[in-house]
Design a protein around this ligand. Structure first.
Ligand SMILES: [Fe+2]
Ligand SMILES: [Fe+2]
Length: 342
């Protein structure tokens, strides 16, 4: 048993839902809180992959299947009106993904090469290089706030795939997830390591504390995994997402670790990144094998495996570009404060 003792924090957040960003999130908030649904105008987002309004609405609907929402009854999770509104949002999001990525049939034997191609780091400048070399403390804190939307529930969205797999594929995913959840030690859960980094940065480590400040492209990176996770029909894409995620993790995390050390964070605060350098160099092999095994066992899923990986790369790339663009222009990457504390 490893001897890391983490400072436990008391969750103080989750006092209020975020405020609406447009008719889609306003309607979802009405449905979640059982208010009579107001006459919100129809709205078709121009950018279904990063729209602030759409992705907040979808994030809130999905959150009912994770930890729930403040002031929202648990039984809203399966309320037909909520599910119907969620389905409309998902259709818009999915249509945007299909239109941008395309969806072709793939020979299962080509899956490993295609995943490697997708996971090749971009030649251009990257978010991790920026954090490593030039980010200010405020920018590093913003980065943590963005990532908290996923990292505080790290691995949970991929766990949806477990009951949908069998045999070697199931064993491989369990091997990865066992590490993500701390290998038997709750203090080493990756979500807890991330919370420690947030607290060291002077941030609120409570689950959901910053969701109201996060723009659409950030929430979309998390909604993507949940979309693939909650729908069994997308299990191939979920495995492809996991594979690409693990294959693109080890090197950036090395750079993040160096960047946070440069900014004065100590070993305990940087442990989240250090742990990923080590763990994900193993996970990327396991996840690559998992994808290949699934594609071989269920050849009709090979195209979805590649689609899931490509979708991950697309949305993570958009997220990173948005942060870099704002920071280079001297702007904050967050939405204004006061958008709800949840
Ligand atoms: Fe992890
Ligand atoms: Fe991992």
């Amino acid at each position: 048993m490893r001897d890391l003792t983490l400072e436990r924090t008391v969750d103080v957040g989750v006092e209020a839902l975020p405020t609406a960003r447009g008719p889609l999130s306003a309607r979802m908030l009405d449905l979640l809180t059982d208010r009579s649904v107001g006459g919100h105008p129809a709205r078709v987002p121009e950018d279904p992959l990063g729209d602030d309004d759409l992705h907040l609405a979808l994030y809130l609907a999905y959150e009912l299947s994770y930890r729930g929402l403040p002031g929202v009854r648990d039984d809203r999770e399966w309320e037909p009106a909520v599910l119907g509104a969620r389905r409309d949002l998902e259709e818009t999001f999915e249509a945007g993904l299909r239109q941008t990525i395309g969806r072709e049939s793939v020979d299962p034997r080509d899956v490993p090469d295609l995943l490697r191609e997708i996971a090749t780091p971009p030649e251009t400048d990257s978010l991790s290089a920026f954090i490593e070399r030039e980010a200010t403390l405020d920018q590093a804190r913003e980065f943590l706030m963005h990532r908290s939307a996923y990292q505080l529930k790290e691995a949970d969205p991929h766990s949806w795939v477990i009951p949908r797999l069998d045999g070697a594929a199931k064993t491989a995913v369990m091997e990865i997830q066992y590490d993500e959840y701390g290998s038997g030690d709750p203090a080493w859960m990756h979500s807890e390591l991330f919370r420690t980094t947030m607290i060291a940065a002077g941030l609120d480590g409570s689950y959901g504390a910053y969701v109201g400040r996060l723009p659409g492209p950030t929430l979309a990176t998390v909604n993507l995994i949940t979309l693939f996770g909650v729908h069994r029909r997308w299990r191939g894409a979920l495995v492809g997402h996991l594979a690409a995620f693990e294959m693109t993790s080890s090197l950036p995390n090395r750079a993040y670790a160096q960047g946070f050390r440069r900014l004065g964070f100590d070993d305990a605060a940087v442990r989240f990144f250090d742990e990923h350098v080590e763990a994900d160099s193993v996970h990327e092999v396991l996840a690559g094998d998992l994808a290949a095994v699934l594609a071989a066992e269920e050849p009709e899923l090979a195209g979805d495996v590649v689609f899931g990986a490509a979708a991950m790369a697309l949305l993570e790339g958009g997220f990173a570009d948005g942060l870099l663009r704002a920071w280079r222009a001297g702007d904050s990457t967050l939405l204004p404060a006061g958008s709800g504390l949840w």
